[in-house]
Design a protein around this ligand. Structure first.
Ligand code: GLC
Length: 454
């Protein structure tokens, strides 16, 4: 179905229709879409809290290794880190990318079973390779590989069937496009460190390549939940370009959400914006969680081992316990958790990731009401775990189950009723003490629902 025309009006008539499950584009007719208020537009995303990041492209084939050398950091950077020329990269990496085992339904099923509500797929990473059937350039998965399938299309469709919101990550930095990178060649990464150099041709790439490709993605693949930019750090990309890009997206799909890396306001890895007038709807702390709750929209992205792209040599997988605690910690501070998988060169999500996600899914099956639609804790963080909140309910997530069976809760919480979320067992409350059963129902995090008197 065609996406289209921004209609700035009639918003008041729509107040109260905020969608809480998925992005809503209130259609006046087949072609007209009414722009929601910012709160309405953000509603599904604030409720969702948990999403899947997918870093996938030709770089999954070498998996971070070339001629016996392993690249440091994320394996999606291999082109830069292990000194491929563009020709080498095309020949050794892109032209052997044949992910015959890719199955969009399977990936979406894994995300859904984990309790994730949205998926952010790398449509193009810094290597410049497009994972959809682009008319702007043949450097894409359909035209360039024997595999020849449009991964963006398949995944967008699979998401829609399962009520998962489809979103894409898109790199502004492009090591393959001559107008975007030639000045740094062959050290693509110089642009990240040296802000004094820029490619005078970059505005042409922005106008004739980057924007048209983003336009394609927002025109041909249905409703897009989030456009998640990255690689905005290069000196070539300006705040004016960022604002222009944001405007363009709002014209194409007025209710799409855009991360803050569309502009130049990001405060490094901490991810939130520095002071100033910058475009973007949410902050993007990377592998970091703010120390306390923040009263604005943000999403922390994390890897499961140390790499975004597939990297079999990296065996440092985080435990399910750590990641479940991260999810709770993030929601207790009012953020979203975007957890990454890096499928391999054949299109298969690593077994380790599948196992971790299955375990997170088990926990979510029993406890997700303490995550979806929840906000930051209204009181300070307790020693034994975290609080999340929703209307007149506070959820106590107990990481360390008290041996004496007495859970001390914050004295500001006036509780009228308490029960275990998993199984519903009613619990006695004595002032600021909740009396617990001897054994924790869940040894990673047991959740207690505290209904407040006011
Ligand atoms: C970093 C990495 C990049 C990755 C991104 C995800 O910027 O360099 O490869 O895509 O994190 O946030």
């Amino acid at each position: 179905m065609k996406r289209s025309i921004l209609l700035i009006a009639i918003v008041f008539a729509l107040l109260g229709t905020a969608c809480t499950q998925k992005p809503k584009e209130t259609k006046k007719s087949e072609k007209e879409v009414v722009k929601l208020t910012d709160d309405e537009r953000m509603a599904w995303w604030r409720d969702a809290r948990f999403g899947m990041f997918i870093h996938w492209g030709p770089y999954a084939v070498p998996g971070g290794e070339r001629n016996g050398k392993v690249c440091g950091g994320g394996a999606e950077w291999i082109m830069d880190k292990l000194d491929y020329t563009i020709e080498d990269y095309e020949k050794e990496v892109v032209d052997v990318f044949e992910p015959v085992n890719f199955d969009a339904d399977e990936w979406v099923g894994i995300a859904k079973d984990a309790g994730m509500k949205y998926i952010v797929l790398t449509s193009k990473h810094h290597d410049g390779f497009a994972m959809w059937n682009s008319k702007i350039s043949d450097y894409n998965i359909v035209k360039r590989t024997d595999f020849g399938r449009d991964v963006v299309k398949e995944l967008a469709e699979a998401c829609r069937k399962e009520d998962i919101v489809f979103c894409f990550y898109h790199s502004i930095t492009d090591w393959h496009h001559p107008q975007a990178q030639s000045i740094f060649y062959p050290h693509y990464n110089v642009g990240q460190k040296d802000q004094t150099k820029s490619n005078p041709e970059f505005p042409k790439y922005f106008e004739n390549y980057l924007k048209p490709q983003v336009r394609e993605l927002l025109t041909n693949y249905g409703d897009i939940g989030v456009v998640w930019f990255d690689g905005e750090w290069i000196a070539d990309y300006t705040t004016e370009m960022g604002k222009e890009m944001y405007e363009m997206i709002m014209e194409l799909q007025p209710n799409t959400i855009v991360n803050n890396r569309v502009d130049k306001g990001r405060n490094g890895m901490a991810g939130m914006n520095v002071e100033g007038n910058f475009a973007g709807d949410f902050g993007t702390p990377e592998k970091e969680v703010p120390a306390t709750g923040i009263d604005s929209d943000w999403e922390a992205c994390f890897t499961m081992n140390g790499s975004w792209g597939y990297k079999p040599s990296d065996k440092k997988w985080k435990s399910d316990e750590k990641l479940i605690h991260s999810l709770i910690d993030i929601v207790s501070k009012g953020g979203n958790f975007l957890l990454n998988v890096g499928p391999d060169g054949l299109g298969v999500i690593p077994t380790e990731s599948i196992e971790i996600l299955a375990s997170m899914g088990d926990w979510m099956d029993a406890n997700s009401e303490s995550i979806y639609g929840c906000k930051a804790s209204p009181v300070n963080r307790p020693e034994w775990g975290r609080y999340t909140s929703k209307d007149k309910v506070v959820y106590a997530h107990v990481f360390d189950w008290p041996e004496d069976g007495k859970l001390m809760i914050d004295e500001k919480l006036k509780v009228k009723k308490a029960n275990l979320v998993d199984g519903g067992k009613k619990l006695k409350v004595d002032g600021s003490i909740v009396v617990l059963p001897k054994n924790a129902p869940d040894n990673i995090a047991s959740v207690i629902k505290l209904e407040l008197a006011q």
